[in-house]
Write a protein that binds this ligand. Structure first.
Ligand SMILES: Cc1cc2nc3c(=O)[nH]c(=O)nc-3n(C[C@H](O)[C@H](O)[C@H](O)COP(=O)(O)OP(=O)(O)OC[C@H]3O[C@@H](n4cnc5c(N)ncnc54)[C@H](O)[C@@H]3O)c2cc1C
Ligand code: SF4
Ligand code: SF4
Length: 1002
């Protein structure tokens, strides 16, 4: 076992603690090494294996768990989303996860703008509920999609607009919390005269002691606490000093990182939502000048001033989706931008602010025609869509930086130091000198208005020399911050990274005060010890995710991972791309991660899977962990939707990784009957089609359904797609006019065997569009061509390779002369774009990959270039469209919407859905059927049920159509069929088609 990575608790057998917890807690009690491993990390670079995890179902259960664990002599670490960057949530002992069940909005007082929440509620989730009341909670952390209020309070989190709204502390009115001994107290405003205070004796004594400490230390606190708003390090002793108003003792708990009490309720101050805002993008010819200007810009009272530097602009320009907004809003070649945001109640006031901003820039000596250093000015952004595009760019620009595929990564440890604004320019200049001295560099971004710039030097923490550099950079940076009377911990909290430095930053007397607070609240050191006080060294490598003995040996993989470094042909590097930022835990928006949205288990989220894989391949979960049952269980609910490939900020591609797990599993244990039935479907499809009446008995007979469930694990509750004798067979290898532009139509197994109408429709649309359509027979004259998808989804990589080899041999002559290869089924066609080049890296495979286009992508491209000639007529008033996950993952879904908009008078509405839950064979599994339904019921099925009966429901995925039919009895259509219907309509009612490329461009 790795040093620091375990607590000596046996992985075998059940400990008395585990047994008792299981007896008395109805929520999950997880003591197996795989589950513990998933809670051993947060978004820091540390890893400490906890002894167990409890996921309580109620606050009472959380308190019960606390009592049981304490009685057993173990320590407890409360946890929310686990997105802390400094190691706040990693510890041995037991982790208590508040995020799964304890996430209710308990009460809301709209008039007084307050609410009370359970600690596990996610910020975005809370704000969704508040929005309809015109309110929001404005501590808008970047991790709003997964950060919990309990965790935000634990870290005293700060949002980008803290200039106006303050930090978590400023917006916390009161908290209910339990001390380690179980005493439940209300922490709120406390008068210095306790006679009217409603609290039990031990509560009154604690409050009295804390206020006495505040009085005693008032001078020292005034002297040693930095006077910057972004000071989140240490305990908030300044909340205890005598003042005119009452002291709020909840503010002592805020920022205490789970070390003082278990928060059970938080009362929050709410704000009216922002109705109007504008951005002024201030351009600067030199980074130093930008930093120097920040102190002046804040005098106009913006709500945020955010920095974007030259590196980030360059990164953004290279990304197709951001290039337009950069071109539209960035003038010339600035060294840095400060994005100044105003949000006055009335828009004219915002416009006035923009005018003042321009004047100010001019007063500061900036002009568009001035020489380099003073070359600058303001670009106004008033339009909301452009504002959103700029904010997307800022966030994603950072993500691109984080997605470096090399061993060295941008590391967070001096990332959020804050200095008074007058020193910001000198501070950043000296910071760059420090980095250079230690052989590295860092990009700076974020909150210039607060003097809190995010900066991550690039380091490889697997190397001793880089760890030494990290320590040296930390020491030198913190010394500089102290010199400027700034704060070494300005946003992300202390954890293990910062706590040991408190003594140099605050001095020994304040450290003694911190210890006194801890001792008074938690004398037994039960709650998250080792944070804020008595912390280990930040560079103790035994506590690292990659400790000195971290090794990966003997890893063999089936696919090509060579874009990444490390063992297994790069598989190691791909797995290690997960930095635990938790974006895959978002509950709305995008697709990632549908299984987590259904279960809310750490096991079922991309992060949990990536962590399990990392631990498995590095031998931390025992021998053969990659092929183990527990690993299969970790992957079981991954529907291979590929959403993570697209939406994970670092591009973790779990669907591809799952193929490796399945391949390892097959190699070790052989193929299961279900996987064989799934994988070999393209091979037996022609035979089953001939025997359709017999093959379809299974659907009709409850007995056969039950039998198949028993022997092959295929759910008796699911109808299988019906076999038919008239499968798609092309009489010719070529259709359409001889002089037509050439295309290849790929007839995939699913549309060929089950829904030939789609292929017939696509063929018709292409031919009527004047294309020369090739449907070449397999070059070996054998069975129909196949993309290998079903084999890949069963981990049968060798069979997939055989099928792809045949396909490459057949299509290579077309691809080499630039003929588009068009497919209908997203998962099949996109296999040619994706996995094909992971299995073959030759020129023919690359050419086919480059030419592979979904039917609608091809048509949109043709329409945009003015080549599409299709007489289209009305088909319906409304089309409700569901995107296949792989379409979304490859950015191909908008083509469906665009092509449907070519149809006259059709109102196209997209269903805000994640995965349909069917996902190939996933929805058919007896063990996954229920989750499949839950995924579909999250948004897709309710939206279809709500739809007008006359509306068309459009879905390009075979599985999606099947799920929709099963769940709603609506028959969804492939877009090819809608277009064919539109051709029919135009023919029977000939009017000029309004379809035009303007629609595409517009
Ligand atoms: C990419 C990225 C961007 C970030 N951006 C920001 C940002 O803009 N602003 C910012 O402030 N932070 C930011 N962070 C840090 C982090 O996301 C925030 O601090 C966040 O608020 C933590 O919430 P969480 O639910 O993940 O808490 P966790 O990490 O789970 O926990 C945080 C602390 O709270 C304690 N805690 C949790 N629940 C309880 C409870 N019920 N009782 C007592 N203690 C509890 C934990 O023990 C821990 O010490 C960022 C992190 C990442 C990875
Ligand atoms: S899988 Fe991606 S999104 Fe999820 S935690 Fe890891 S890096 Fe973040
Ligand atoms: S492929 Fe889909 S289900 Fe699997 S981890 Fe990624 S987002 Fe989640």
């Amino acid at each position: 076992m790795l040093a620091g990575h375990g607590d000596g608790m046996s992985d075998k057998g059940t400990s008395p603690l585990e047994s008792r917890l299981k007896r008395e807690i109805t929520g999950d009690v997880l003591f197996d090494p795989f589950s513990r491993g998933r809670y051993a990390t947060d978004a820091s670079f540390y890893q400490i294996m906890p002894a167990g995890v409890v996921v309580p179902r109620s606050i009472d259960e959380a308190l019960r768990a606390l009592a049981i664990i304490r009685d057993d002599g173990r320590i407890v670490t409360p946890r929310g989303g686990g997105t802390s960057q400094c190691g706040q949530t990693v510890n041995d002992g037991i982790v208590v996860d508040f995020s799964k069940h304890l996430n209710r909005l308990i009460s809301l007082d709209v008039e007084n703008r307050t609410c009370v929440v359970e600690p596990g509620i996610v910020l975005d989730d809370l704000n969704r509920q508040l929005k309809r009341h015109g309110l929001w909670f404005p501590v808008d952390v970047s991790t709003a999609s997964r950060a919990t209020i309990g965790g935000m309070a634990g870290n005293n989190s700060c949002g980008g607009r803290s200039l106006r709204y303050g930090t978590m502390r400023d917006n916390t009115l009161s908290m209910d919390a339990a001390l380690a001994d179980g005493t439940l107290l209300h922490f709120g405003e406390v008068p210095r005269d306790f006679s009217q205070l409603n609290a039990n004796d031990s509560g009154l004594a604690l409050f009295r002691d804390m206020l006495a400490l505040g009085s005693r230390e008032a001078e020292e606190i005034a002297d040693k606490f930095p006077k910057v708003q972004r000071r989140v390090g240490g305990y908030n002793l300044d909340a205890l000093v005598p003042r005119n108003a009452a002291n709020n003792l909840a503010h002592l708990l805020v920022g205490s990182e789970g070390t003082l009490a278990f928060t059970t309720k938080v009362e929050l101050k709410l704000w009216p939502v922002i109705r109007n805002k504008v951005l002024g993008i201030c351009h600067f010819g030199s980074f130093y000048e930008a930093m120097d200007a920040a102190q002046h810009l804040v005098k106009l009272r913006p709500i945020a001033v955010e920095l974007v530097d030259r590196t980030m602009i360059a990164l953004g320009r290279d990304i197709a989706m951001f290039a337009p907004v950069i071109d539209a809003t960035v003038r010339g070649d600035p060294d840095a931008l400060l994005i100044v945001e105003f949000a006055e109640e009335d828009q004219p006031d915002n416009l006035q602010k923009l005018r003042q901003l321009s004047e100010l820039m001019s007063d500061l000596g900036f002009g568009w025609n001035h020489p380099q250093r003073k070359c600058g000015g303001v670009v106004d952004v008033v339009e909301p869509a452009t504002q959103t595009a700029i904010s997307d760019f800022r966030t994603s620009g950072l993500n691109v930086m984080m997605s470096m595929k090399q061993e060295g990564k941008p590391v967070s440890f001096v990332e959020d130091c804050a200095v008074p604004l007058p020193h910001l320019a000198d501070y950043t200049q000296r910071l760059n000198t420090i980095f250079a001295r230690h052989g590295t560099r860092g990009t700076m971004y974020a909150h210039a208005s607060e003097g809190c710039l995010h900066v991550r030097p690039v380091l490889n923490l697997k190397l001793e020399k880089d760890v030494k550099a990290m320590r040296a950079i930390a020491e030198e940076t913190f010394a500089m911050v102290r010199e400027y009377k700034g704060s070494h911990s300005g946003e992300h909290g202390d954890g293990i990274v910062r706590s040991e430095f408190h003594e140099t930053m605050f001095g020994p007397r304040i450290i003694a005060d911190f210890r006194e607070v801890k001792q008074r609240f938690d004398p037994g050191r039960v709650l998250n010890p080792g944070k804020i006080v008595d912390a280990p060294k930040m560079d103790d490598r035994s506590l690292f995710r990659y400790p000195p003995d971290y090794r990966i040996t003997g890893l063999k993989t089936a696919l090509d991972w060579s874009a990444y470094p490390g063992a297994g042909g790069g598989f190691q590097g791909a797995v290690e791309m997960c930095n635990n930022n938790g974006a895959c835990r978002k509950l709305e928006g995008g697709v990632m991660c549908p299984s987590y949205r259904a279960t809310r288990n750490e096991k079922d989220v991309t992060r949990g899977r990536a962590n399990t894989l990392r631990l498995a391949i590095s031998g931390q979960l025992g021998p053969d962990a990659l092929a183990s049952d527990a690993m299969m269980d970790t992957m079981k609910l991954c529907v291979s939707c590929k959403a993570c490939r697209h939406e994970c900020p670092t591009g973790v591609d779990m669907a591809k990784m799952k193929i490796e797990v399945l391949a390892a599993r097959n190699a070790k244990h052989g193929l299961s009957l279900r996987d064989a039935l799934v994988g070999f479907l393209p091979r037996y499809a022609p035979l089953f089609a001939r025997l359709a009446p017999i093959a379809n008995w299974r659907n009709k007979s409850p007995l056969l359904r039950a039998l198949l469930e028993r022997v092959a694990g295929i759910s008796a509750r699911r109808a299988l797609p019906a076999w038919r004798r008239d499968i798609f067979k092309s009489e010719s290898e070529v259709f359409g006019p001889a002089d037509g532009s050439e295309v290849v139509l790929f007839a995939d197994t699913f549309n060929r065997a089950y829904e030939r109408e789609n292929l017939d429709a696509a063929l018709r649309v292409l031919v009527e569009g004047g294309y020369r359509v090739h449907l070449p027979r397999a070059a070996d004259n054998g069975r129909p061509l196949c993309c290998g998808r079903t084999f890949l989804s069963a981990g049968m990589v060798d069979h997939a390779r055989i099928e792809l080899d045949r396909l490459v041999e057949t299509y290579a002559p077309f691809a080499s002369r630039g003929v588009p290869i068009i497919g209908l089924e997203p998962s099949c066609l996109l296999t040619l774009r994706d996995e094909l080049v992971s299995l073959r890296s030759d020129a023919s495979a690359k050419a086919i990959s480059a030419q592979a286009l979904l039917f609608e992508e091809f048509l949109v491209r043709e329409a945009a270039s003015g080549r599409l000639r299709l007489p289209l007529g009305r088909v319906a008033n409304k089309a409700l469209v569901h995107g296949h996950c792989h379409q979304k993952s490859f950015g191909a879904f908008t083509s469906v919407e665009q092509v449907l908009r070519l149809i006259p008078d059709l109102d196209v509405e997209t269903i805000e859905s994640s995965c349909c839950g069917m996902a190939g064979a996933f929805g058919y599994g007896a063990d996954t059927y229920q989750t499949s339904i839950e995924m579909a019921e999250l948004s897709l099925l309710p939206a279809v049920r709500r739809a007008d009966a006359a509306a068309l429901v459009v879905a390009d995925g075979t599985s999606c159509r099947h799920q929709i039919k099963d769940g709603t009895s609506h028959s969804a259509l492939h877009v090819a069929r809608v277009l064919a219907m539109s051709l029919d309509s135009a023919r029977s009612n000939p009017h000029p088609s309004p379809h035009a490329k303007e629609t595409i461009h517009g």
